[in-house]
Design a protein around this ligand. Structure first.
Ligand SMILES: [Zn+2]
Length: 238
């Protein structure tokens, strides 16, 4: 029975390691997703700066079309100056021309403002593009490292599973069934070592008579509190 306990302990150890690796592997897709989101975010900043510039250019084109119209009107008024008959008509026309000029000046000032903000936007696009490039590089390195790590852990997991497959047939079937049931029920931990007369998993004090029986390893003894198979660690006094 002692050898059987050795195997059970070995099995528990393998299962713990396998579980740990599996949890790590399960987490990889979400880690990859998170770093992909970093790229997306940086690209969105570039896109939004670009669409702001497009909007700015549209405003400028509209303003330029506006001044063109107003300038045409001014030209018309100026040509009418030669054909006016009265002083009143003349001064009215001059005022019109002056008003139109004010409008032209205002629109041209707006155009200059838009041109200046276009410069800022172009700079913002370049900055965002450089940043996105840096992030793409970083993420690509990060991803490579994750993939390499993933492969190494998958190899390790496969080796552990192989060991497990060799070990399981060496454990009596009934005990194996009991182990699996306990493991399924108790978060993958079916065995608990005794440390200083306590169950290491639930901290329940074990009765002296039980301690003797556990030490003898003649049969499987379960913790009265957590239900795990109790054993003395191999290095401990036995
Ligand atoms: Zn316990």
């Amino acid at each position: 029975m002692e050898a059987v306990f050795d195997r059970l302990i070995q099995l528990q150890d393998l299962d713990k390691k396998i579980k740990e690796i599996s949890l790590f592997l399960d987490n990889i897709p979400s880690r990859l997703h998170t770093i992909d989101a970093k790229i997306k975010e940086s690209e969105q900043i570039v896109d939004s700066a670009k669409s702001e510039l497009t909007h700015n250019q549209k405003i400028r084109r509209n303003l330029e079309a506006d001044t063109q119209d107003v300038k045409e009107r001014q030209k018309k008024y100026k040509s009418q100056l030669n054909s006016v008959k009265t002083n009143l008509e003349y001064s009215t026309l001059l005022k019109e021309i002056d008003d139109v000029q004010k409008k032209i000046d205002a629109v041209e000032e707006q155009i200059i403002t838009e041109m200046l903000s276009a410069d800022d936007l172009e700079e913002a696009i370049q900055t965002a593009e450089r940043k996105a490039e840096v992030i793409r590089d970083e993420v690509s390195r990060e991803k490579d490292a994750i993939i390499r790590d993933k492969e190494a852990r998958e190899t390790k997991k496969a080796a552990l599973l192989e060991k497990r497959n060799t070990l399981v047939p060496q454990i009596p079937a009934g005990l194996m069934t009991q182990y699996s049931a306990l493991s399924g029920k108790l978060f993958g931990i079916a065995l608990s070592p005794i440390i200083d007369e306590f169950c290491a998993m639930c901290y329940m004090r074990i009765r002296p008579q039980m301690l003797n029986e556990i030490r003898a390893e003649k049969e499987v003894i379960l913790c009265e509190n957590c239900g795990r198979i109790l054993y003395f660690e191999r290095s401990a006094a036995k």
